[in-house]
Design a protein around this ligand. Structure first.
Ligand code: ARG
Ligand code: ASP
Length: 709
């Protein structure tokens, strides 16, 4: 017990001394306000989030369903990361108009490029609806009954509010199902590409520097949100007008010094800070290494072909970035968890938790939790492994994945209405066009050979049936690619033209479709039915464990795990000490870009124009007070995936930069946050403006922003 009190004291004092950890709910920020102001903030919680008047929240959006963006002018001008706009930039790129390589700048609004499918979502309001959601829920209920009651209650709440508002309502669980909040959102669907730097700037350092500090990436792109003439959301139309926000962000040219208060406002996707040690260990030491190994093999193949051929380099750019990002991050997670003893720290906490449980009979609901976790995670492990293989070794074979998109068509019968068939065919024609634009068969054949070889090393019970028929991988793959129609755009289109139910047989017989069906059946029959109930059981243990921790530490301010809702996280602009004897400064400069320059390495090519600006020190008002051009900086602000593109703001709530990454040593922060090591990385807004203004000459954009000297 003494040790318990001691370690609790440590937890408490560290929580109070410094709150780098925590993704806070904007509507409850008044509880953090005092601490934020003590750390230097000069604005109020109400300036950040309010439903009574305009506040910073009105300038923040969920961008493209996966990143954050912020509005920086009265005309809907939006900033996000280059890697968040990447897919849309690529969509508009070809060998003739290679915006990825050359960059793109609309010099007036008529040149802005529509991006079908791209949306931005504004949070208009949130409300605590915990009592309504948990109405009639009791602790004696079965888990199934509990879930059913909650779903019913949520349905009722949504139906009620949608009567009084034009916004889209949803209810999400927080604190692992201990609290529930209602979110009222508004989605805009006409969003256009306004500008992006060349990849040599926007992706400088590429995948080599990804997840690593020191960093020199100008990771930004510019879009504009459009609305109907009445200001409300409207699908793309040439007549739409720039969206007028209730609030846009002001931009600071002052930069940030070591120790300055800073906060990030955005959409973190997912963290799991309250997992038991066994789960952290499974993630870091079982699952992540498998995915890293499989993806590493695919990336090697991509690299070989991408280096040889410019067209292939563009075709596989986005796929490479996507696979490579997880691959590298998970390596960092494993290393970080082991190096900084994440599992052991959790175990020590669990020991205290058990002592606390054992100290009073009233704590009986919590007593069996850790043993139950142990049992359930052990049961879960083989299925998680199977799932990791399925998604990484199976579905990364593009041919098989593409065939899978014809799944619905393969179930067409004579009874299917012609209208439905026409819809399916039209959308598959689009998918076919998009697929072949970026498909290089030799890569896919090699990937298939490599992945199937790996997959065959799994026990027969834990792999899909079609693998059991493979005697020799090379001949199977050769046959697959020579017999399947899905490698040939003309054949696929021919097949789709005048499609009727009698053609279904041909589809079902296609070897790529057969492989896909086998993968899916394996998932449906052998993986999911086992995994889903275990996961459900774990979810309920996790909810009770969360509650237990909150009861055990009543003084501690807990922050709910990220769940793709708007959050505020705060800390200081600061460097760090990644290992004994090594210290990182908190910022990088253009000098560093010149140091890294290497014309022979794709990731480190410097644009001639940028070099010229550097040689002439032509930085204008964007230079730091030290005379250099600052490029990126680190801060001790808790962020995760989805926070990319988020504004990092200063004590006055003005824009300092755009968050885009974390440092290698701290990628484990989704599981275990360590304030000494975990740092987020942002591109300095002055570098962004310098590129827009001096490099691209897009003075039209500078003119509409609110820049405070
Ligand atoms: N690691 C950052 C994030 O998770 C940036 C990823 C994009 N950059 C890249 N070089 N792939 O999104
Ligand atoms: N790069 C990530 C993103 O795209 C941010 C992170 O994981 O730190 O959201």
């Amino acid at each position: 017990m003494k040790r318990l009190l001691l370690s609790l004291a440590i937890v408490l004092t560290s929580a109070m001394a410094f709150a780098g950890e925590g993704m806070w709910i904007p509507m409850l920020l008044q509880y953090n306000e005092k601490e934020m102001q003590e750390m230097g903030m000069r604005i109020t919680a109400d300036d950040i989030y309010s439903i009574n008047h305009s506040s910073l929240k009105d300038a923040i959006v969920l961008f493209g369903g996966g990143c954050t963006g912020e509005i920086v002018s009265d005309y809907g001008l939006l900033l996000t990361n280059h890697h968040c706009g990447y897919d849309y930039i690529q969509q508009h790129s070809s060998v003739e108009h290679d915006y990825l390589t050359d960059g793109f700048w609309a010099m007036d609004r008529s040149q802005e490029l529509p991006c079908p499918g791209l949306t931005v979502i504004f949070l208009r309001e949130m409300r605590d609806v915990t009592p309504q959601v948990l109405n009639e829920v009791t602790s004696e209920m079965t888990e199934a009954k509990r879930q059913a009651t909650i779903s019913e209650n949520i349905k009722k709440i949504i139906a009620e509010v949608e009567k009084e508002t034009k916004y889209k309502a949803s209810v999400k669980p927080f604190f692992l199902g201990n609290e529930y909040y209602l979110l009222l959102n508004e989605e805009y669907t006409d969003v256009r590409l306004v500008g992006c730097p060349p990849s040599n700037i926007g992706k400088f350092g590429g995948d080599t520097d990804n997840w690593v500090w020191p960093r020199h990436t100008g990771d930004f792109s510019v879009f504009r949100v459009y609305a109907g003439k009445d200001g409300h959301p409207a699908d793309y139309s040439a007549d739409n007008v720039p969206y007028k926000p209730a609030k846009h962000l002001e931009i600071s040219l002052k930069g940030a010094d070591e120790g300055d208060f800073a906060f990030v406002f955005g959409y973190p996707a997912r963290t799991s800070e309250y997992l038991p040690s066994i789960a952290v260990n499974q993630e870091a030491n079982v699952i992540d290494p498998i995915a890293v190994d499989l993806r590493g093999k695919i990336l090697d193949i991509y690299n070989t072909y991408q280096e040889k051929d410019k067209k292939v380099r563009i075709q596989y750019a986005s796929k490479h970035a996507g696979l490579g990002n997880g691959w590298k991050k998970w390596m960092g997670v494993t290393e970080g968890i082991n190096h900084f003893h994440g599992v052991e720290k959790k175990q020590a906490y669990e020991k205290d938790f058990m002592e606390w449980c054992n100290a009073s009979r009233q704590r009986y609901p919590y007593i069996g939790l850790l043993n139950a976790f142990e049992k359930k995670y052990k049961e879960l492990e083989p299925y998680r492994v199977a799932y990791t293989y399925l998604s990484n070794a199976g579905l990364n074979i593009e041919l098989i994945d593409f065939a899978g998109s014809f799944g619905r068509l393969s179930r067409v019968t004579k009874e299917t209405p012609q209208e439905d068939i026409d819809d399916m065919v039209a959308s598959l024609k689009n998918a076919t066009k998009a697929f072949f634009k970026d498909y290089h068969q030799p890569i896919d054949e090699e990937v298939a050979k490599s992945m199937l070889t790996e997959y065959l090393k799994q026990p027969a019970d834990f792999r899909p049936g079609f693998l059991n028929e493979i005697k020799d991988v090379d001949s199977y793959v050769n046959e697959l690619f020579s017999k399947s129609m899905f490698v040939n755009e003309e054949k696929v289109n021919e097949f789709l033209d005048g499609f009727k139910a009698s053609k279904v047989k041909k589809l079902q017989k296609d070897p790529a479709m057969k492989a896909y069906q086998s993968l899916i059946e394996f998932y449906r029959n052998d993986v999911n039915p086992k995994m889903a109930p275990i996961n459900k059981a774990i979810d309920s243990l996790q909810r009770i464990y969360m509650k237990g921790q909150m009861v055990m530490e009543p003084e501690r301010r807990f922050s709910p795990d990220a769940n793709f809702t708007l959050r505020v996280t705060y800390g200081k602009v600061e460097g760090f000490k990644p290992q004994d004897g090594k210290t990182f400064r908190h910022f990088t400069t253009l000098e560093g870009i010149m140091e890294k320059e290497n014309p022979d390495i794709y990731d480190y090519v410097v644009e001639p124009k940028l070099k010229e600006l550097y040689n002439n020190k032509d930085y204008g008002r964007y230079a730091d007070k030290d005379g250099t051009m600052h490029v990126a900086f680190t801060a001790s602000v808790h962020t995760t995936g989805g926070n990319s593109g988020s504004p990092i703001l200063n004590a006055d709530g003005r824009l300092l930069g755009l968050n885009f990454d974390r440092c290698w040593e701290g990628t484990m922060s989704d599981l275990v946050y360590d304030p000494d090591i975990c740092r987020n990385i942002s591109v300095d807004i002055r570098y962004v403006l310098f590129i827009i203004d001096k490099f691209a000459g897009a003075k039209n954009l500078i003119a509409e922003m609110d820049i405070v000297e």
